[in-house]
Design a binder for this molecule. Structure first.
Ligand code: AR6
Length: 177
């Protein structure tokens, strides 16, 4: 599924983010940038030790913020590590989740990157309900794309049909055809 956002393109696909050929893939990291399971584990195992070496030098990342490293052995040139909220049911969850997408796009723009691929942040180990997360993620991303038009292509790489469907429904509501 594809939508124009000004001159830029927002795309949803089902797949594995480690296979993306793009300027940067975004990692759903933790505050210590220590690595872990889920998409974080997949990115570090596919990208090799150079990514963790830079994460150690950076030292950590606050919830809702984003930092950039090399892409190591990945096809993506860089990894942008962002830290989603652990879902608690408070209104702050949505603010912090939106901040992850906004900060990631700001970091991409600040580094001259034109294409970025996101996973569905916080919807695995961190427990954010998928439908709610999809709406917050897409709204924040579209707003950030409008503010940073040099980021020309943003792709959500959704892991499995359930995640893809949740994002496709949310995008249809946000930007109807
Ligand atoms: N490509 C795309 N999406 C994926 C992939 C993949 N290869 N693998 C999993 N997902 P999670 P979180 C989806 O748990 O909830 C880690 O241990 C997955 O289906 O990876 O933000 C970190 O170190 C889900 O929809 O991230 C943190 O401690 C989504 O990615 C913590 O988990 C996010 O699930 C972060 O938890």
């Amino acid at each position: 599924m594809t939508r124009a956002v000004g001159e830029a393109v927002l795309e949803l696909v089902e797949g594995n983010i480690v296979d993306e050929v793009t300027d940067a893939i975004v990692n759903a990291a933790n505050r210590g940038l220590r690595g872990g399971g889920g998409v974080d584990g997949a990115i570090h195992s596919a990208g090799g030790p150079a990514i963790m070496a830079e994460c150690r030098r950076i030292g950590g990342c606050e919830t809702g913020d984003a930092v950039i490293t090399t892409g190591g052995a990945l096809k993506a040139r860089h990894v942008i590590h962002t830290v989603g909220p652990v879902y608690s049911g408070s209104p702050r969850d949505a603010e912090l989740l939106a901040s992850c997408y906004r900060r990631s796009i700001e970091v991409a723009d600040a580094n001259g990157l034109a294409s970025v691929a996101f996973p569905s942040i916080s919807t695995g180990a961190y427990g954010y309900p998928l439908d709610e997360a999809a709406e917050v993620a897409l709204r924040a991303t579209v707003d950030a794309m409008r503010a940073h038009p040099s980021v020309r292509k943003v792709r959500f790489v959704l892991y499995g049909a359930t995640a893809y469907q949740a994002y496709a429904s949310a995008l249809e509501r946000l930007l109807p055809r």
